[in-house]
Every structure is written in structure tokens, then in C-alpha cells.
Design a protein around this ligand. Sequence first.
Ligand SMILES: C[S@@+](CC[C@H](N)C(=O)[O-])C[C@H]1O[C@@H](n2cnc3c(N)ncnc32)[C@H](O)[C@@H]1O
Length: 288
Amino acid sequence: MCRAPRDERTWPIDRCRGIQRATMFISRKAYNAAKTVYYSAFRAFLYVRSAIHCAIEVVSGSRYSRVPPPLLRYKVSESFDIRLFLIVGQRIAESIERELNKAGTSLSRMNSVLDFGCGCGRTIRWLIESFPHTRFCGTDVDTLAIRWCQENLRGSFRTNRATPPLDFANAEFDCVYAISVFTHIDEWHQLQWLAEFRRLLRPGGYLLISLHGTGTMERLSMQEAAALRSQGILFMRSSKLHGIHPEFYHTTIQTKEYVLQTWPAFFEIVSYKELGLGYQDLVLLRRA
Ligand SMILES: C[S@@+](CC[C@H](N)C(=O)[O-])C[C@H]1O[C@@H](n2cnc3c(N)ncnc32)[C@H](O)[C@@H]1O
């Protein structure tokens, strides 16, 4: 990984010159073929590791109660580690409340909150415990993750399609949050969902979204970095988790400038915190 001090004029291109030089000597075809073989092996091995973890957790009687099975955990945290799954979820939950507190509000004052792309409940499980008087709903395209939430967590959980609408009434929520979801969907899907969140939020309601900002990009090629700089948003396909995640689910990086220019068409921007959520930026928005 090439690391250089950030220079706004040349960054991020200067970061990537090392990778560029290395890959110049390998033909694109050979590189793609090797990647396909590697990804297929990676996916097969992932299922094997998941089965082994499952067996170990069952036989050893995991000391953690009510944690989702390994593959569901992997899909949200790219790790089988139970402690990591729990700690990261708890920290995200704390960050959500902290951001709302800074804006002068709290989940405890809200009637109804939606976790969009809740997965197997890594974040919402903590909020349900901390704010027992608030109604929490979670939705996701992942049917198995939603079924696990329905069977194991308090709150209301539904499966949704890749595009809007969601099956909720206009202005039904005081707050919607989407953690690590816009990091994976393209611009067209993002804009569809922003419009839908505006429909779902009451006037004055809050929307919290995490995204991959420019601080997270370390492996972009020169062409990708240039595309990001000119378009403000870059959607990168990868077949690494093909069949594990849906077809539309890849990686998106976007610049702060893009967000500040585009999203005010839907919401007032309250704050933009670079790397506000570990490797992701955190944007707090408000419905006018
Ligand atoms: C990296 S996981 C994060 C899960 C959860 N937000 C968390 O932080 O633990 C991304 C989640 O977004 C979900 N997702 C992606 N696109 C979606 C869409 N269009 N509608 C609902 N969920 C979606 C995925 O199925 C996955 O569960």
C-alpha cells in the first residue's frame, strides 16, 4: 500500500503510483484471470470457514448469547469474530446517539426509528436495549438476516427490495439511519433511496448516513482516482463476494464535495464528519 502525506493538488493520485508501477508489468488479462481464480477459492474457503466456526460455536456452547451465525456476521463485518461483531455494533450505536446529541436531540426523544440495511442487527440490537421506549424498525434485502432478527431481537423487521418504496407510511419516522449501506450501492440507487427517506421522515426528522469518503481510498488505480475526482462518486465492481452479496452490491467511494453539492436537493446538511465512523464518513441530514 502506498502512503504519502496528503497533498490536495496531487492526492490521491500520488498515493497510487507504486501500485501503478507494479501492475504495469503484468498484463491485464493475466491479472483478471488470476483474480477470478483467487476469488473463487476465497468464496469456497469462506463457506468452509463459516461451517467450521458454526460447529465450534455449537460444540463449545458459545458464551455469547443471541449472536447471529458466522456467515451472517461475516456479511456485515467481513469477519467471523464474535467480539468484533459486538464491539463494532456497540460503537456504531453510540456514535449514532452522539451525533444526534450534538444536533440537540436524542433517540430517547423519538417515537419511531428506521435502521435501513440493518443486516443481522449488529447496530440496532444495542439501540433497542438502550432506548426501550422508542419503536425500532429494521429493513434489509437479506432475507436470512431479517429472519434471524425477527426470531431473536425485539423490534420490527422486514425484507425490502433493492429499490424503493418501503412498506411504511409517509412521515412515519423521526429518524432513519443507514450504516455501511451507501458504501455499497451506486449513485442511481443512492438517489432513489434519498428520495424515499425524505418521504419516510417527518418534517424536522433526521437522517444519518455513513459512506466511504476520500479518506478511505488506498488502492485506487490512477484512472479510478481521476474518475473520482472528476465525477465526485465512483462505483467499483468486484466479484469477490459474488453470490454472497446481491448483484448490485459492490463498493462506492464519494467525495465530500459531491455530497455537499448533491444531497441538499433532498435534505439540509447538518454535519459532515470525515472518518466519523472509523473508516467511514458520517453525514447527518435533516428533513426541512
Ligand atoms: C455492510 S452491511 C451493514 C449492516 C448494518 N447496517 C450494520 O452496520 O451492521 C450492509 C447491509 O446493507 C444491506 N443492503 C444493501 N443494499 C440494500 C438495499 N437496497 N436495501 C436494504 N438493504 C440493503 C445489505 O444486505 C447488508 O446487510
